[in-house]
Design a binder for this molecule. Structure first.
Ligand code: FAD
Ligand code: NAD
Length: 397
């Protein structure tokens, strides 16, 4: 009998976890040895990071230990991937300095902030990226509020959110829920706090349904959010941001949500990338590398209907992971792989805990109904990951 095939999965996000779990379900350990590498011992729900970033939920609600999600047949290695060595079919790890070899590689290392080379952003802005980064945002913001009592400097309680895509809007929605509580705690009159959402495009949520965008803007504006549209941030300094045209907004807390690019490890591997993302074929393979598969935010797929890349989403990553697991299992058994076809189920964006906007199928949803839908989507992910047990543990309303 032949040796089990070595399948190495990098990244325990939406794409990587779905692939590893799916493979373990379909293949026996005599057919494949599945190893999952992730830098943390836990998986975090990237789709919910805007909440701990604002402090509307504790960061522990947004993560779960990976070991509790995996069947025993999957070997979990907690380490940071340093390099992918395609020629040698090996992956180098940072902490242990070990190299892991593979027959098939699945890369699901997620994204990194895209700063477009804007001066001062990397040094001075905060990013909604992982558990560490959102914990830092919340702690920093609270510290700035605490200093206001003494120092009375308006910039301490001015929060600038750079970019009004889905991440920016969802974060602003959480801030709207959180600020009243912070003001009570630190004895600050609510009217003194400024939340400024700056967007380069002529509208917030560019490309999204116009009526829903209007709903979001009206709702958030009624809660005091200031929108500055068609005014790209051109520089971020220690004092705040400078917009196109020269306007300066003084702010001690600048959170950048202006876009994402693929993980640098992938860019450095020698595979062709566009903004760090690999244009995969219909079997999710990297060009020129038949045994290397890319899922999630590191991959790029073109929507044939409009000839534009699909936006990188958890929905896409999950579907890719599920399909790839089926394909690889079939291939390892000598069967065929089926082309991946993305099936968009809709988009729902929260505006805080109780309000949201969304399109599901042909239906537009707003307000409490959309917020309920958003909760259902979050619970579905918990169910896919860890069944009803995880839903009960982590899915509190
Ligand atoms: P990720 O889920 O980011 O996972 C990547 C994993 O790789 C992480 O565990 C990370 O720690 C690990 N990793 C990274 N580098 C290394 C390394 N060098 N070594 C080892 N491990 C490493 N999409 C939706 O569809 N719906 C939503 O409602 C939604 N809401 C969002 C809200 C926010 C605030 C944000 C930021 C994004 C949201 N998205 C949403 C987008 C979605 O979260 C991403 O598209 C999705 O997480 C991508 O999944 P992934 O598996 O590619 O990567
Ligand atoms: P994005 O690229 O979707 O949005 C970034 C926004 O920043 C854009 O509107 C862009 O015009 C703006 N921007 C860029 N440069 C700027 C500048 N210099 N100054 C001001 N604004 C600037 O990025 P995102 O919002 O982080 O989303 C990343 C991915 O995650 C997307 O695919 C998105 O669909 C997905 N996501 C989905 C949800 C959801 O479905 N609820 C929530 C969050 C994120």
């Amino acid at each position: 009998m032949s040796e089990p095939k070595k399948v190495l999965v990098l990244g325990a996000g939406y794409g990587g976890l779905m692939t590893a779990k799916g493979l373990a379900k379909q293949l026996s350990s005599s057919e494949a040895e599945v190893t999952l590498v992730n830098q943390n011992s836990y998986h975090y729900f990237t789709t919910e990071l805007h909440k701990p970033a604002a402090g509307t939920s504790h960061h522990d609600h947004t993560r779960v230990e990976i070991a509790s999600l995996l069947p025993r047949s999957v070997k979990f290695v907690q380490d940071r991937v340093k390099a992918i060595k395609l020629e040698e079919k090996k992956v180098e790890l940072e902490g242990s300095n070990e190299e892991l070899s593979y027959d098939y590689l699945v890369v699901g290392l997620g994204s990194a902030p895209e700063t477009f080379g804007i001066k001062g952003l990397l040094e001075n802005a905060y990013f909604i990226r992982n558990i560490d980064s959102v914990r830092r945002i919340r702690e920093h913001m609270e510290y700035m509020f605490s200093r206001y009592a003494d120092e009375k400097k308006d910039e301490l309680i001015t929060i600038v959110v750079g970019g009004a895509g889905f991440t920016g809007i969802e974060y602003v929605g959480e801030l709207v829920d959180r600020i009243p509580e912070l003001c009570r705690y630190y004895d600050i009159p609510e009217g003194k706090v400024r939340i400024v959402n700056v967007e380069a495009a002529p509208t917030v949520l560019p490309g999204f349904d116009e009526a829903l965008v209007k709903y979001a803007v009206d709702y958030l504006s009624s809660k005091g959010v200031e929108f500055k549209i068609s005014t790209p941030i051109e520089e971020c300094t220690e004092e705040g941001v400078i917009l196109k045209g020269g306007e300066e907004i003084k702010s001690a807390t600048v959170v950048w949500t202006g876009g994402v690019r693929g993980n640098k490890v992938v860019e450095d591997s020698g595979i062709d990338t566009m903004r760090g993302r690999v244009k995969v074929d219909e079997l999710l393979r990297a060009p020129g590398h038949e045994n290397v598969f890319i899922v999630g935010d590191c991959s790029l797929m073109i929507n044939k209907e409009n000839d534009r890349p699909y936006p990188p989403t958890a929905q896409m990553a999950t579907q890719q992971g599920q399909q790839l697991a089926k394909n690889l299992a079939s291939f390892i058994r000598g069967g065929e792989m089926k082309p991946f076809v993305y099936e968009p189920k809709g988009t729902v964006a929260s505006l805080g805990k109780r309000v949201a906007i969304g399109v599901v199928g042909s239906k537009k949803l707003t307000g409490g109904l959309a917020a309920f839908m958003k909760k259902v989507i979050d619970l579905r992910w918990l169910y896919l990951l860890g069944g009803i047990g995880l839903v009960l543990r982590k899915g509190k309303l």
